[in-house]
Design a protein around this ligand. Structure first.
Ligand code: FE2
Ligand code: FE2
Length: 271
């Protein structure tokens, strides 16, 4: 078994502590450390035990927020929320990416994959935008997301965003999409999608645009490369061609979703 010396020394309290230990104490600590690591390695090889729907339900009252709250509205990993930088007067999609959706790794990586695999520009755009609305709200994010972007993007891209949420629950071997482990983790391994999702799936299966949302799910990966450096820059041409940026700025053009952009711009407003 390989020993990470630095981690081992740190686990004992640092080099100064180790310097004070005699030979026997060090040998014992090393043995103990190796036993623990071995246990961890064995545990890592066990298949993951996914929660049940009832177990997830039982966690609801252990949190001061609901799981459906948008990420802008809750502290991440138990931390307090941070002061947000103000938006420019006439904000663009790029401004929202940088100031409100950031780091947006997931959508940027999905769009990067879509670009690499030669998807149409409508699909690349849909991948880039498909989960942005999670900053605002999480339940029914396909529908919310489509509504947020609909006034500004091609119909096919909005269709893909709206229905990727539904198709995530249904594998399609031919298209190369499997049911994600992440869904066993977050919905429970015994979860059945509600009736309206089942009905939407039935409708989609026979729809001429079935492949539009399906291709979003195919590119919808959690993190194919956690170290990949991604940015909005490579997508600005596609955004320029297909996203109708309002001259008044997003939020101020009186579109049906303008209020949603304003809420994203000012999530600290009490009313
Ligand atoms: Fe999604
Ligand atoms: Fe996603």
């Amino acid at each position: 078994m390989e020993i990470d010396r630095r981690a081992f020394i740190a686990s004992l309290g640092g080099p100064a502590v180790v310097a004070l230990m005699d030979h026997e104490a060090k040998a014992e600590a090393l043995e103990h450390y190796m036993e623990e690591k071995l246990d961890e390695m064995v545990a890592a090889q066990q298949p993951e035990k996914f929660p049940t729907v009832a177990e997830l339900q039982a966690q609801i009252e252990t949190r001061p927020y609901r799981r459906g709250a948008g990420t802008l509205f809750t502290g991440q990993r138990g931390e307090n929320v941070k002061i947000l930088k103000p938006m420019p007067e006439k904000p663009t999609l790029k401004d929202f990416f940088e100031l409100r959706f950031a780091p947006a790794n997931h959508v940027l990586q999905s769009a990067t994959r879509a670009m690499k695999t030669g998807m149409s520009e409508e699909i690349i755009l849909a991948c880039l935008l498909h989960d942005c609305v999670l900053s605002l709200i999480k339940p029914d994010h396909g529908w919310w997301g489509a509504q947020l972007f609909e006034p500004y993007i091609p119909e096919k891209s909005a269709f893909a965003i709206r229905y990727h949420q539904t198709l995530r629950f249904y594998p399609d071997e031919e298209a190369g999409y499997e049911y994600p482990d992440q869904y066993y983790r977050i919905f429970g391994h015994d979860y059945t999608p509600p009736q309206y999702i089942q009905d939407t799936y039935k409708m989609l299966k026979n729809h001429k645009w079935y492949m539009e949302p399906r291709l979003v799910t195919v590119n919808d990966l959690y993190a194919f490369d956690p170290n990949a450096k991604v940015s909005i820059e490579p997508f600005l041409d596609i955004v320029g061609r297909h996203f109708k940026q309002p001259k008044e700025g997003l939020g101020y053009d009186n579109s049906p979703s303008a209020h949603m952009w304003r809420t994203l711009a000012r999530p600290d407003n009490p009313l």
